[in-house]
Design a protein around this ligand. Sequence first.
Ligand SMILES: CC(C)[C@H](C(=O)O)[C@@H](O)C(=O)O
Ligand code: SF4
Length: 467
Amino acid sequence: MNAPATLFEKVWSRHAIVTRGASEALLSVDTYFVHEGSFHAFGALAKEGRQVRKPKQVFGSPDHFVPTVNRDKGLAGIADAESRGLVEYLAGNAARYGFDHFGVDDPRQGVIHVVGPELGITQPGLVICCGDSHTSTHGAFGCYALGIGASQGKQILATQCVWQKKPRTMRITIDGALGFGVTAKDIILSVIAKIGVAGAVGHVVEFAGSTVRGMTMDQRMTLCNMVTEAGARTGMVAPDETTIAFLEGRPYAPSGEMWDQAVAYWRTLPSDEGAVYDREVHLDAGAVGPSITWGTLPEQVLPIDAAVPSAEGAEAEKKADIESALRYMGLAPGTPLEGIKVDRVFIGSCTNGRLDDLRAAADVFKGRKAKVPTWVSPGSSGVKRAAEAEGLDRIFIDAGVEWRGSGCSSCAAMNGDTLAPGERCASTSNRNFEGRQGKGSRTHLMSPAMAAAASVSGHLMDVRKLD
Ligand SMILES: CC(C)[C@H](C(=O)O)[C@@H](O)C(=O)O
Ligand code: SF4
């Protein structure tokens, strides 16, 4: 009998074509996602005069540089010539090499990490690559999903294979019920706070435990999306009935007999009883409250009822980080987090721009008004339509919130959705480093419900206190 294997080991061994040394393998790549930021890979491919080896396994959508207004104008609605050029280049490559492309005016367009799952392209057991660090999002389906660099991107386009170093394995087991007002975002922020921004470097993290089993796919994607911020190679969740139910009937999911075969295979993927991990971490979900980042590192997380920390008393190696974060964020130690005024609110991104997230935000906005400029940018055009079908857009608009087009928007602010210098933003995205949302921008990461609470009160606040 084989030794008990983890989910990761099962996927890895099935895709390793040859190995090099003790820990490297040439992996067969099932799916390669591209966005307009993947232009280096296409440029290098063309320069070498190569072709795309398996165009049926490549899928693209522009997301980073698409505007969230004027979308009915298609390409012509992209005011910035350089951004338009990048979006056009992706569309041109799709036509030239013949891969599926969900362009700026396609009803399937969106952040590629939202689009892949939504269309059923992302499936358990696959090896998925994309030139983007948040490719980890797809791991929520039990696939091995890797962010890769431009030269590896070119190799994948040309060969549909990639050399990879085998990561170490870490299991993060989260047990217990989520408290009122507590979401997957609060859980992952707490995980990063616990293990630190380098806590998972070199590891593939499998999320397990009763809390994770009880989560929707949207919530599991939030976990896997942000594990990147703890340095992980990627995240994974074992496929189960929730995964299967989510995928059934999606446009790219198998159907008929192929569906039955796929499901039978997916059921073999969860880690075997007794499988061993290089590292184990446990988190009690019941101990997690609504949490936010106060600083400029994703590990600088505190529960909303805490106060801004001081560098005094912190571990020596954290002191400088805390001091510089306090300076940049314009915060004084001891100030209660609740009550800190915000200038704007951003709800969206591949972390929290899916339907579950928009529903949670809409719940807060129902019958209330935004006190500061607030934008909602759905993660995809599909999410946008689904939200509109439920009337969520009406709730946002009635609350004075701007209902925008889909894309990365203010998450990375590459499309012009930029904060002004010094502006403080309650944001549902995943990165809070200096200048992330524009030069001098100050980002507080939090859940959609907490961001909405900040919007209706004009300051950071505990969503549980709304009457
Ligand atoms: C621009 C892109 C390559 C980048 C990434 O790798 O993640 C972006 O998506 C981000 O979130 O910072
Ligand atoms: S939404 Fe943000 S994190 Fe996600 S791919 Fe776009 S820029 Fe990166």
